[in-house]
Design a protein around this ligand. Structure first.
Ligand code: NAD
Length: 466
């Protein structure tokens, strides 16, 4: 187990790492499918052999319960590796699009070429899956990768730096650790794709740096993901599933339900149901030592979230307790929150759930539309008309009905944002596609020459008449 202090990569090593990765791509070493399969299996082994050490590192960084580590991070990464191994051949197979009959002998093909060397910058909140799931797609696509985990989860980042060279090809997958200076040094170099997960302000820095080199970028950002409650839904289930989503990693999740819009007519029922779910989840009170949920990542974030709770003009329905020395804040539900409350300014990225009272779904839609495009819009409804209204009148990275957070387990659909919540999307084959250049090709046979007589000078009007 490694919980040692994080060793930053010396700045002078960064150009050497970059050069080494480019040498690897030029050598063609990462191209054969057999090589990619081996690295994918090695990545699965990296996780499986080190579950206890990874759980300990997550406990040190985030206080994350082991069940959340295995269920939300390690299991899905291993499955992603195995799925990529299983489908690699089919994903990498050149495509033969249907073509018009008169050029059917032109060998029209779309080859799946690796984009090149990838820079992958990840955040602290899900250090393993948010680093390794994009890595799975990059390995599958045949791309070498520089991985830059977050300095705010030092135990996990140190362990990533220790394990990656033990399991993966050291010429092709290299960890760079550090904070702003190291990331800036990385961004001063040319890459073939930059995959960034984090906040919008750093996302802008990354996109601007990439623009200098015309490098394609994926920005997986955050934002305030709303929950809309429709009066016709099962209020008990809606309340329980919303609170479940909020408690994952103590609200430090990009798709955490950020606020809930509840119609006035069902507000008393919703409040009762969410309080009842709260006491089911934490029968001995949320701050009891037996209660399992994580702490806030850093003292600064702890102060930020606690200030939001202290400064709200709303009324605390549940929680509102704090243990600063343990960086803990009890999951807190606040009612009667107005749209100009401090809680509604930015993504709260903590265990706080503001409830906004609205007249009906239409007013909730107005609230959502008046704000930046969220990563996810959650809605609890059994009404087809409401569903259609949400599709037609709102936009978001995803629209998830009648549950929260579970979309992350559905690998067939792409995951990504829109507008302020980012651009580009990934998940399973979508990640392979993201790091793959669809290289189009035709081969025009020499025997076709007689058919081309019309295109050569001297031009004559008859030759191009329709
Ligand atoms: P962050 O933007 O502060 O940091 C992300 C990465 O950028 C880290 O590796 C960090 O070292 C680097 N970085 C920080 N400052 C930098 C600078 N000035 N120049 C260059 N690089 C810099 O994000 P965070 O606090 O680690 O994560 C929280 C944010 O990430 C939230 O907004 C959350 O919604 C978002 N997020 C999004 C997703 C998603 O999949 N869409 C997933 C998790 C988190």
């Amino acid at each position: 187990m490694s919980t040692s202090l994080l060793q930053n990569t010396p700045l002078e090593d960064i150009p050497k790492i970059h050069a080494r990765l480019y040498e690897t791509v030029r050598s063609g070493k990462t191209l054969p499918l057999a090589y990619r399969r081996k690295q994918l299996l090695q990545l699965a082994h990296l996780i499986q052999d080190n579950v206890k050490a990874i759980e300990a590192a997550e406990l040190a960084d985030l206080g994350k319960p082991a069940l959340e580590v295995v269920l939300n991070e390690l299991g899905p990464v291993v499955q992603a590796c195995l799925r990529a191994v299983k489908h690699l051949e089919e994903w990498a197979e050149p495509e033969k699009p249907p073509v018009e009959e008169w050029r059917s002998n032109w060998d029209t093909t779309i080859y799946k070429a690796p984009k090149g060397v990838v820079l992958l910058i990840s955040p602290w909140n899900y250090p393993w899956i948010l680093t390794f799931n994009p890595l799975v797609g990059a390995i599958a696509a045949g791309c070498p990768v520089a991985l830059k985990p977050s300095e705010s989860s030092p135990a996990c980042s140190a362990l990533i730096a220790e394990l990656v060279p033990k399991y993966l090809d050291q010429d092709a997958y290299i960890v760079v650790n550090g904070a702003v200076s190291e990331t800036t040094a990385l961004l001063d170099l040319r890459w073939d794709h930059i995959f960034f997960t984090g906040g919008g302000s750093v996302g802008r820095v990354v996109a601007a740096a990439a623009a200098k080199f015309v490098t394609p970028v994926t920005l997986e950002l955050g934002g305030k993901s709303p929950v809309i409650i429709d009066s016709d839904c099962d209020i008990e289930v809606a309340a329980k599933r919303t609170l479940f989503g909020k408690l994952q990693n103590n609200g430090q999740l990009c798709v955490t339900p950020d606020y809930v819009c509840v119609p006035r007519a069902v507000l008393p029922q919703f409040k009762k149901a969410i309080s009842s779910a709260y006491s089911q989840f934490w029968p001995n009170s949320a701050l009891h030592p037996s209660s399992q949920w994580g702490h806030i990542v850093t003292p600064n974030h702890h102060t930020r979230v606690w200030n939001l709770i202290k400064n709200t003009k709303g009324e605390i329905l549940e929680g509102g307790h704090v243990e600063p020395d343990k960086k803990k804040i009890a999951p807190t539900i606040v009612t009667g929150v107005s749209l100009d409350d401090p809680l509604m300014e930015n993504e709260n990225f903590g265990p706080v759930l503001p409830i906004i009272e609205v007249e009906d779904v239409d007013e909730a839609i107005d609230v959502v539309r008046s704000r930046p495009t969220p990563l996810v819009l959650y809605a609890f409804t059994n009404n087809e008309e409401t569903k259609q209204k949400l599709l037609d009148k709102t936009s978001s990275g995803s629209l998830i009905l009648n549950d929260t957070v579970t979309q992350l387990a559905v690998h067939e659909i792409p995951f990504g944002g829109l507008g302020e919540s980012g651009y580009g999307a990934y998940s399973s084959k979508h990640t392979f596609d993201l790091f793959t250049h669809r290289r189009s090709s035709i081969n025009v046979p020499t025997e076709f020459e007689p058919n081309f007589a019309f295109r050569y000078p001297p031009y004559s009007p008859e030759s191009y008449a329709f």
